[in-house]
Design a protein around this ligand. Structure first.
Ligand SMILES: [Zn+2]
Length: 188
């Protein structure tokens, strides 16, 4: 990939890394706990299906960082089919704000990010809890849990923010959040 040198320098700090394992690598690239650098939006994910971890400064210097957003799209891909889809930046901002509200430094554990129509169709067949026109298919939804924070806490926080759909799945132990219209429901 050819990038003008200046552009490369500007973005090289953005997509920090995707790694399949060690926790120390994740820590290394993140700012010290609690040090919210002004204007920088960062997210940390751990995909429970692939084991991949990502820490990314996805917004800085007043702009979404393409390289970091691509890394996010990759870690949130449909792990069943390998399909990668653009995730909605509004969803990333929702997660960033939620992370702040939860006052945690833990990575979001990802149960489901993007779903291809093939995967969503299969899940819909199996479970009444999966909508046939799920916002997961548009990169607008994610199913998460947060280590060190109760599901109830995560759920309440998402509801309080009131920025989209919120689904509670206590048996499966995750909360669905999306940037569609504001609504709420419970699953299993
Ligand atoms: Zn969901």
């Amino acid at each position: 990939m050819h990038l003008p040198r200046r552009a490369f320098l500007r973005t090289s700090g953005a997509a920090l890394l995707t790694l399949s394992t060690p926790a120390f690598a994740l820590e290394k690239v993140m700012p010290a706990a609690g040090a919210a650098r002004s204007g920088v939006r960062s997210l940390k994910f751990e995909n429970i299906h692939t084991g991949e971890k990502l820490a990314a400064d996805y917004f800085l210097n007043g702009a979404y960082q393409p390289q970091a957003m691509q890394a996010i799209n990759h870690v949130l891909r449909d792990y069943r089919t390998g399909d990668v889809h653009t995730m909605d930046p509004k969803l990333m901002d929702l997660l960033f704000d939620m992370h702040g509200q939860l006052e945690t430094d833990a990575a979001f554990q990802v149960i489901s990010g993007y779903r291809s129509s093939q995967t969503n169709g299969m899940l819909h067949e199996r479970s009444s809890g999966v909508a046939s026109k799920s916002l997961h298919m548009q990169g607008m939804a994610i199913d998460i849990r947060v280590p060190g924070r109760s599901l109830v806490n995560v759920h309440q926080t998402a509801l309080k923010m009131g920025r989209g759909g919120v689904g509670m799945y206590p048996t499966s132990n995750f909360v669905h959040v999306d940037v569609g219209r504001v609504r709420q429901w419970s699953g299993t």
